[in-house]
Ligand binder design. Structure first.
Ligand code: UDP
Length: 239
């Protein structure tokens, strides 16, 4: 079940279907990867075949940003947007109520420490068996520690494409688990970055709010959406 966009498959789930599928994967017999795809990642995939293959092999690809939803709409396809941050938070709650061990890797030390404290306060019974900041040089060390702790749900916040590559490499190394690239979610959960006001969220304009409130992102992200939409229209999805 999915739709194709610029040569990549995107799953077409409702939020609840995505949660159900993710829970099945958590109970599965292998490491599964969730990619929360956005227009920037399409740009990366176009330049980097290895990254494109990672997305093609991912067990779930969910449309995170409004950009992907608009692009699909332009070519006549309707999908529900599933914000990665909401998806990941809900799975943390599901994990807590089923006693599933969780690990979180990524972001600066003070960010992840605060995010873990806040999450544990908010979600009763949440069992975070391992966490580590995202500024390490030796991936193997982190994989080894994850292997020892054997969490079943692993959130990875290293930014893209680093987090997708980290998860992909983990597929051959770790015990069965569901791994999700969660981008800047820990920054929000830690309280260091404010999420867009509800009205921006409802209108699907979180990207606009974030771009304006973090000027360093402006130059990088702002041109991405129109360029992406032009590409989608001109390719007519025949790549
Ligand atoms: N990050 C990290 N290690 C890195 C690069 C980034 O842990 O080597 C973290 C960063 O601290 C932030 C998250 O990844 O919490 C998302 O980073 P960024 O905003 O650059 O990525 P984007 O959300 O734009 O994909």
């Amino acid at each position: 079940m999915g739709v194709e966009l610029l040569g990549l498959n995107i799953d077409n789930y409702t939020f609840e279907e995505a949660i159900t599928t993710a829970k099945e994967l958590i109970d599965g017999h292998k490491v599964s990867q969730v990619v929360t795809i956005n227009p920037e990642m399409f740009q990366t995939a176009e330049k980097d075949q290895n990254f494109a293959n990672i997305i093609k092999e991912a067990e779930m690809v969910i449309p995170d940003g409004v950009g992907v939803k608009i692009a699909l709409k332009l070519i006549g396809k309707d999908v529900a947007r599933i914000p990665g941050i909401d998806f990941a938070k809900r799975l943390l709650k599901e994990a807590a109520s089923s006693g599933i061990p969780v690990a979180i890797v990524g972001s600066k030390e003070e960010v992840i420490t605060k995010a873990v404290t806040n999450l544990q306060k908010e979600i009763s019974g949440l069992n975070i068996v391992y966490y580590h900041n995202g500024y390490f040089n030796n991936d193997e060390e982190i994989y080894n520690e994850l292997k020892v702790k054997s969490p079943k749900l692993i959130l990875v916040a290293l930014g893209s494409p680093k987090q997708e590559q980290f998860i992909y490499n983990a597929k051959k190394l770790l015990n069965p688990a569901l791994m999700i690239g969660v981008g800047g979610s820990l920054d929000v959960w830690s309280g260091y970055i404010k999420r867009a006001p509800k009205i921006f969220q409802i209108l699907g304009l979180e990207w606009l709010y974030r771009t304006i409130s973090q000027p360093s992102r402006f130059k990088r992200i702002f041109p991405t959406l129109p360029l992406f939409l032009i590409k989608v229209l001109s390719s007519n999805n025949k790549i």
